[in-house]
Design a protein around this ligand. Sequence first.
Ligand code: TYM
Length: 340
Amino acid sequence: MSDAPTALPRVLSGIQPTADSFHFGNYLGATRQWVALQEEFEPFFFIADLHALTMEHDPKKLADRTRVAAAQLIAMGIDPERSAVFAQSHVPEHAELAWVMSSLTGFGEARRMTQFKDKTAKGGEGAASVALFNYPILQAADILLYRPQYVPVGEDQRQHLELTRDLAQRFNHRFKKTFRLPEAYILKETAKITDLQQPDKKMSKSASSPGGIIELLEDPKVSAKKIRSAVTDSETEVRFDEEAKPGVSNLLTIYSALTGRSIDDLEKAYAGRGYGDFKGDLADVVVEFVTPFRARTLELLDDRAELDAVLKSGAGRAREVASRTLADVYERVGFLPAQG
Ligand code: TYM
């Protein structure tokens, strides 16, 4: 590998700009860890706008949402001086490496990806795009280009990380050792934040009803109301038990993650007090968290030129790394040098 031996190990992750706001699952499951990891690693964080084309989309919204995503990452503590923050489409090496990786991926292997199965369950495979089928291969390319040690994501991305490792190994074996095998960085406690109305399902921008999902940029009063109306169970005891009490357990997870108080401590604090107090206090905690976050995001969105400059500089830093990896790959698969 061509990296200098003194270089910090890298961390990389991405998020799709497919909603007007990130939600609590995105934040607690993934992006909060991005903020924490940027200190000890060389960080690359991108907005997966190429992936946003895998489902039908509105071009005007995509551009806006890409900027809103960048603003939210900065508002939550990603420091663009430290971290390369960029749009995936600004680094053409992602699509280029995806083509090479697709040549190593079995058709059956791609068809077994649960996300493809889930997303085509309703409309059938025939209505799905080939891009949706290729989605995990592009994700593998996103990751492998940067040779990261860790990829901080939620539980739903584990299978994509496994495919990425398989493809990296296959390439290394078939050609020459080129890729580092990346590890999924998944925090057990917050790996799957669930829907407030259907606590046995994950909170999801595409599947959750408005009452089931807390969006970081919605009116904090609305978020508070959603917490107070979250589905619990017919008992009254605030106790963590994911099997028997998924709703209460999810609220405890959110409460603990936002305050740093342990689940144990929270269970004790609410012993004998019922769900009303518990939800009311959590609603306050949520409002306290989202109010300054939202203000900061809106402030950043007021200066589009600055956001665009952050994305441009991030893409420049990303390309320095990505182009070196791609050059190695092209040489190893036997492409003739383009010039010279
Ligand atoms: P996306 O945009 O769906 O979600 C972004 C991140 O949020 C996590 N997440 C959750 N975590 C816990 N509980 C939930 N309810 C929840 N919902 C979402 C996701 O696991 C993810 O980490 N395929 C990726 C984007 C991507 C990517 C990459 C990620 C493209 N290329 C390369 C890592 C590396 C995705 O759809 O994330």
